[in-house]
Design a protein around this ligand. Structure first.
Ligand SMILES: [Zn+2]
Length: 346
């Protein structure tokens, strides 16, 4: 538009002066782009359960970790436990259920971007995956099968879920005997360690946890709690005492902070700030090298308000920075500590 009326030109000039006064001096360089979300390696995402036993799609799940939110949330890798619910058969979980679940995921992962097939290989724009077992009871009948499952991409072996089995006692059931591992449980642990994998202590009873710390130290293998919090802040049997946290740190292992409200606080819905408190407590007790994230997304959890889905993960990074955590330490908690266990040669 060309202006012929000098009075209008004057008016426009005055308006521009007012605007500059309002906005302040114009920047000499373009505004900095929004910081990239820090990469996240999530140690526990229950999509296999949703896909194989709840009829949900890998792309959408229940909406807590949909594929479309992975890259916006900074997600760079997820551990997918081949969790089999107790009702999968009359005899409970069986090895064939893991085989079927794994096969289904291997079919779906390539056609569900941005997921990559399991393993440590990195590809631009792809989200890495690893398998885990949560409730490894079927191995009691065949401990020698541990090597097979490591070859199938399983990096973390959780011996129990919410009930005792032939390997160990669970935090989810009364344990008046105070027993930890069975003989078969000890054999499975020795084989997991010999194969270069790690045991996942989440869901194990206190007695089993103590034994697992001792066995990990004996074998020089990192012990992992993929999705557990600090019992000091939230007194729940699923959470870990300060002594257990120190024990896990002493093996070189990590604890993944869980976003489920009941494991974060008592008597109310947890908020993002409560997740921050657990991260801070774990860092204080264990050291920043031993703290990671294990959201438990898609595991029928009630997530902390403000962390309802993967897209919101960068908010957690911002909240930790606001509490004074350095960028390097945020990166350790978000990804590097977990990768040390999952891909030790990196
Ligand atoms: Zn679990």
């Amino acid at each position: 538009m060309v202006l012929h009326d000098p009075s209008r030109r004057l008016l426009l000039g005055a308006a521009m002066v007012a605007m500059v006064a309002l906005l302040g001096p114009l920047p000499l360089v373009a505004a900095e782009p929004a910081p990239r979300p820090p990469p996240v390696i999530d140690l526990h995402v229950d999509l296999s359960y949703q896909v194989n036993f709840r009829g949900r799609s890998l792309a959408d799940g229940t909406g807590q970790m949909p594929a479309r939110e992975l890259l916006p949330g900074g997600v760079a890798g997820v551990v997918l436990p081949l969790y089999v619910p107790r009702w999968a058969s009359e005899l409970g979980p069986r090895e064939q259920d893991w085989t079927r679940s794994r096969q289904r995921l291997l079919e779906l992962l390539p056609s569900t971007p941005p997921y990559a097939l399991p393993g440590c290989a990195v590809a631009e724009g792809k989200v890495r995956t690893w398998f885990a077992l949560e409730g490894a009871g079927p191995l009691a009948a065949a401990p020698e099968r541990v090597g097979h499952w490591v070859q199938q991409g399983v990096r973390l072996f959780g011996l129990v879920h919410t009930w005792h089995n032939e390997l160990a006692t669970s935090s989810g059931a009364p344990n008046p005997s105070g027993r930890g591992l069975t003989e078969r449980g000890r054999e499975v642990v020795a084989r997991v360690h010999a194969a270069g994998a790690s045991v996942d202590v989440s869901h194990a009873s206190d007695a089993a946890t103590e034994e697992l710390i001792a066995l990990a130290r004996r074998d020089g293998r990192p012990l992992v709690a993929t999705h557990s919090n600090a019992r000091r802040l939230a007194p729940h049997p699923r959470n870990l005492s300060d002594g257990q946290l120190r024990g896990i740190a002493s093996t070189g292992g990590v604890v993944g902070v869980n976003f489920h409200s009941s494991f974060l606080v008592r008597g109310r819905r947890a908020k993002l700030a409560d997740v921050v408190r657990h991260v801070q407590h774990l860092v204080q007790i264990m050291g920043v090298e031993h703290v990671a994230l294990g959201s438990d997304y898609e595991g029928d959890i009630r997530p902390a308000v403000g962390l309802e889905s993967a897209r919101q993960l960068p908010r957690l990074a911002a909240a930790l920075r606001a509490k004074g955590m350095s960028e390097g330490d945020v990166e350790k908690v978000f990804a590097r500590n977990a990768l040390r266990v999952l891909c030790p040669s990196e």
